[in-house]
Design a protein around this ligand. Structure first.
Ligand code: AQP
Length: 332
């Protein structure tokens, strides 16, 4: 039996993967498979809480799979799958929705943000999204959920749902902990550094996409918003743009904030932005090239997601059977 702790995380294919998705999530996933039993999914069912073009969603889902692998996630060492391929997610979602309170869902920041952004489509799925996310996590009895700070509230709700269910039926679910990286927990938009860099941002200049060409990446960094001073100093309260660029540089070049401040003493923001851009271009180059190669090998990608779904379904169905029995459903 596998004695390692279990990890589950996922990203919705609601837009092309960004530097935020990479630095806040994927980059941190890669090392974990040596110490943990890891499940990583592409949460396409979450993506349709906002209207998607079907052909683009399908294409982006496969592109995301290729980018997961190209970022270093080895399908032999991690279970990588597409959420809609494991029907237990939808089934447990319903059960958990009956153990999730209206008041709890109403307090979710993401619901408030997304309903403000999609005022013409405030659907029930957008509201009950956290119950599906709880199902994603609890099906695999995950101990840890690596997420950016923005998703912490959802993991906390998952804990409340798990504890509520366990309180009634005994120890059915492992109660998960959020697992938040120290640096890179929140990468901000390059044009509006008070906002998170988001896949579905309508301003593409604010985002760096993993598959973007070097010249486009450099252009976005050169246009990044800074401030009216001239010193490169980490001060996230007063110098949001510069501090965000420093976080990105720190992760891309492996330098501390202090080293970065010293490197740019007496130099202008122009030099700094070019250095950040170049570090990001070099970090992303091998990922883009490998993802492009993988995308040409449809048979391989198909094998990865089929194998992943089979492995994930085995674990998920075990939990689902237990839940169905506990709540009183007659065995099939
Ligand atoms: N800018 C970010 N900084 C740090 N972490 C981030 N994550 C996303 N953006 C950043 C982390 O990536 C994981 C997957 O999140 P998701 O794509 O499923 O949902 P999201 O957080 O809603 O991401 P987006 O890009 O903002 O998508 P849209 O635009 O569709 O809402 C999570 O661990 C998240 O913390």
């Amino acid at each position: 039996m596998d004695e390692r702790k279990t990890i589950l995380s996922g990203i919705q294919p609601s837009g092309d993967l960004t530097l935020g998705s990479y630095m806040g999530a994927m980059k941190n996933w890669v090392e974990l498979c040596n110490d943990y039993n890891c499940f990583y999914c592409i949460v396409d069912m979450h993506a349709i809480t906002v209207r998607q073009n079907p052909a683009e969603l399908r294409k982006r889902t496969l592109a995301q799979l290729a980018q997961y692998i190209a970022s270093g996630l080895d399908p032999e060492k991690n279970t990588i799958f597409i959420q809609s391929h494991v029907s237990a997610h939808a089934e447990l979602n319903w059960v958990l929705a009956c153990y999730t309170m209206f008041g709890e869902l109403s307090r979710m920041t993401q619901f408030k943000d997304k309903s403000a952004k999609n005022a013409d489509n405030i659907n029930a799925g957008l509201f009950t999204y956290p119950a599906l996310m709880a199902a994603d996590i609890l099906l695999y009895q995950a101990d840890l959920v690596p997420v950016g700070i923005d998703q912490k509230q959802h993991v906390e709700l998952t804990r409340d749902i798990a504890n509520r269910f366990n309180g009634v039926y005994g120890d059915v679910f492992t109660v998960p902990e959020p697992f938040i990286p120290k640096v890179g927990a929140k990468i901000m938009s390059l044009t509006t550094p008070e906002n998170k860099m988001s896949k579905s941002d309508k301003d593409p200049g604010g985002c760096i996409y993993l598959m973007q060409k070097p010249e486009e990446i450099m252009r976005s960094f050169k246009r990044a918003v800074t401030d009216s001073e001239t010193c490169v100093k980490y001060d996230p309260d007063n110098k949001k743009g510069i501090s965000n660029l420093m976080t990105i540089y720190s992760l891309a070049a492996g330098k501390t904030y202090e080293e970065i401040e010293n490197e740019f003493v007496g130099k202008g923001y122009g030099d700094f932005k070019v250095a950040v851009g170049e570090a990001v271009v070099e970090m992303l180059r091998p990922i883009r090239e490998e993802a492009e190669r993988l995308l040409k090998d449809k048979a391989y990608l198909e094998k990865v997601y089929r194998d992943g779904a089979a492995r994930a379904s085995y674990v998920a169905n075990k939990t689902l059977r237990k839940v169905y029995k506990k709540v009183g459903f007659v065995q099939k």
